[in-house]
Design a protein. Structure first.
Length: 447
């Protein structure tokens, strides 16, 4: 019987290490431990919990370089991005803890009525491999500050970095307040079906729907971000250079393995030739390779299954009439070089589905109404971007997404919500309203 979860370098396929595989029979014990730790964690009060969480996540900072190297090796992103994620997670955890503490303070509605925020109980946090530290911290921190104990299930693709940073954090936190479990889908399913109270999940729409179905019997609270198929509209009065640079960066960042990756670009036909030519020029400068190779911008695709999916989208597009401006149809794992596709049409998989790879997919439009209609013609609604001058705000206001930006990437400043519309989100995190979803609202009235 296999008792270890193995982790492999996606660039080389070599074994990096392994962690103990959680047994299905252990889930109930782990949940029981979390429940037993919950009363004392709650009794500490929000201020003490905030300070402990800040102290715990500060333990990451002295190990930033070591953790960044591990993250790069295990997930594939380059050293600069890994350093940013690790260092940013430590800083962001402190900031999120403070914001969550502020949002969860009891308040008076009037002389006889108070609003309280109480812990829900045990929270399961299930996070993805593409930002294995950042996405985890965004969910774990508000859950802990709210007074919940947490059981964390990281992706089976990146167990080593998850285990490493949780061990550091747990040098400070009381026993069983934050536990980690490792495994594949069966472990996640068992955790969802166990006697927990809240599930905070970032991942695919299909898995989110499965979680919702399994959680329904217990009416468990859900906070879920379920991916995207983000459109970008380039108007005829847009700055072509700025739009082209954003299109490339937005499509290729983190090897395109990003929930807010620019997946579908609709450009006004009157400027399309210039836009496409500049996109190809910029994208041609991007190099694919291992994280520690000089000059690399694009790392490996996380696994063969995802590599096959990205290539399937590229091949389907060309088969259905798209023009391949950059790239080729026979790229073998683990890399996919920057790929630029023109003449995307609605029936192509690359327009219908989330590709999650280093592909820039472009289509021309004759009228802005056509562009808006195609941008909105998706079950997803995480982010959307408009590049243009006069009239751009009016276009942005018509886009069906939780986060919309004009002439920049999505995501607001400060403690803004990270929120998806339609099938991209169920609940959300970030901002006072997001932090409060990790707590039970209680109304106390008295004479």
């Amino acid at each position: 019987m296999n008792t270890q979860l193995k982790s492999y370098d996606p660039s080389t396929g070599k074994l990096l290490g392994e962690v103990p595989l959680t047994r299905l029979s252990d889930i109930d014990v782990i949940v029981s431990n979390a429940k037993q730790a919950a009363p004392k964690w709650k009794a500490l009060g929000a201020s003490a919990r905030m300070n402990l969480v800040k102290d715990a996540f500060s333990r990451i900072e002295p190990h930033t370089h070591q953790l960044a190297c591990l993250l790069s090796t295990e997930m594939g992103k380059d050293a600069r991005r890994s350093m940013s994620e690790v260092g940013g997670s430590s800083y962001a955890a402190s900031y999120i803890a403070e914001q969550a503490f502020s949002a969860l303070q009891n308040s008076k509605i009037d002389r006889t009525t108070e609003l309280h925020y109480q812990p829900l109980g045990v929270a399961a946090v299930i996070s993805p491999w593409n930002y294995p530290m950042a996405m985890a911290c965004n969910l774990i921190v508000p859950a802990l500050v709210a007074g919940n104990t947490v059981i964390f299930k990281p992706s089976e693709e990146t167990p080593l970095i998850a285990q490493a940073f949780i061990e550091l954090v747990n040098e400070v936190l009381p026993a069983h307040v934050l536990q980690i479990v490792h495994g594949h889908g069966d472990i996640g399913q068992a955790l969802v079906e166990s006697d927990i109270d809240l599930i905070a999940f970032t991942g695919s729409m299909a898995t989110g729907k499965d979680i919702m179905a399994r959680a329904a019997g217990g009416l468990k609270r859900l906070v879920m971000e379920l991916g995207g198929n983000d459109p970008m509209i380039v108007m005829n009065n847009a700055n072509i250079e700025a739009a082209a640079r954003f299109a490339v960066a937005g499509s290729l960042e983190n090897t395109g393995q990003m929930c807010t990756s620019t997946e579908r670009i609709y450009v006004d036909a009157s400027i399309a030739d210039s836009f496409e030519a500049r996109v190809v020029q910029i994208a041609s400068e991007f190099k694919a390779g291992a994280w520690n190779e000089s000059g690399v911008h694009i790392g490996p695709i996380i696994n063969k299954q995802q590599h096959n999916n990205v290539m399937r989208h590229i091949q389907d597009a060309v088969h259905n009439g798209a023009t391949l401006l950059l790239g080729d149809l026979s790229q073998k794992p683990p890399y996919i070089r920057p790929t630029v596709i023109a003449d995307m049409t609605p029936e192509m998989l690359i327009e219908q589905e989330e590709t999650f790879g280093p592909v820039i997919a472009i289509s021309r439009f004759e009228s802005i109404d056509e562009a808006i209609q195609r941008a909105n013609n998706s079950v997803y609604g995480l982010g959307a971007v408009v590049f243009g001058a006069q009239g751009s705000k009016e276009v942005a206001e018509q886009l069906e997404a939780g986060m919309v930006a004009i002439n920049q990437g999505v995501g607001g400043n400060g403690d803004s919500p990270w929120v998806g519309a339609k099938h991209s989100g169920y609940g959300f995190h970030g901002s006072a309203a997001g932090h409060r979803q990790f707590a039970q609202v209680r109304l106390l009235s008295h004479r």
